[in-house]
Design a binder for this molecule. Sequence first.
Ligand SMILES: NC(=O)c1ccc[n+]([C@@H]2O[C@H](COP(=O)([O-])OP(=O)(O)OC[C@H]3O[C@@H](n4cnc5c(N)ncnc54)[C@H](OP(=O)(O)O)[C@@H]3O)[C@@H](O)[C@H]2O)c1
Length: 178
Amino acid sequence: MIAAVSNDGFIADHNGDVASWTTDEDKQFLSRKIQQAPLLIMGRKTYDTVKPQPSEGTLRVVLTSEPEQYTDEHVPDQLQFERISPEQLVSKYRHYGNALLLGGACVYEQFLKADLVTEAYLNTMKNVQLKEGVPLLASGQSFESVANIRTITKNPQSTPATLITRYTLGLPNQRNIA
Ligand SMILES: NC(=O)c1ccc[n+]([C@@H]2O[C@H](COP(=O)([O-])OP(=O)(O)OC[C@H]3O[C@@H](n4cnc5c(N)ncnc54)[C@H](OP(=O)(O)O)[C@@H]3O)[C@@H](O)[C@H]2O)c1
């Protein structure tokens, strides 16, 4: 999973906006990670905010309880809308090898609580205090209290304004993709 987080723990401001307060370093890092991933997973609200275009060679799965609302946007093997649990999704797409979980808060929390995340990048905007907005996890619980953290490493591409922290997660002997 990957998330841009304000220094006080929010992933979106009170208008749901992300782009206005994240740094160029964060945007470039996210862009590289997206280019490397064969499978991208996001919640419907994040999809509606970003509206990514379908692209060949990458499958974007958008989680929604109403996939029938998106039949016009559906592109097989590129942009699919699914009503599916995190466990079912990991099982269905295991052949992709790995996936990048793009959020938002509702989706991060479900996959973390199901112990389906093996690697997390939290990019903290050190100079940004949003004071209110969307917390990293929808319940407001802290990442540290929910994730089964194994290791924590500061990424060398960090800058004073953008702390990129890599976590490895998971219970011993797990086989996950997200
Ligand atoms: N800073 C960052 O890195 C970052 C990353 C991503 C998003 N964001 C921000 O986060 C905000 C969105 O986060 P959010 O938590 O409100 O929403 P979200 O996680 O993007 O989407 C939640 C929606 O996803 C659907 N969903 C989730 N799990 C599902 C499941 N298992 N099965 C079927 N549908 C499922 C539901 O859609 P339906 O209502 O259609 O059923 C639910 O309402 C936006 O403001 C976005 O800009 C920030």
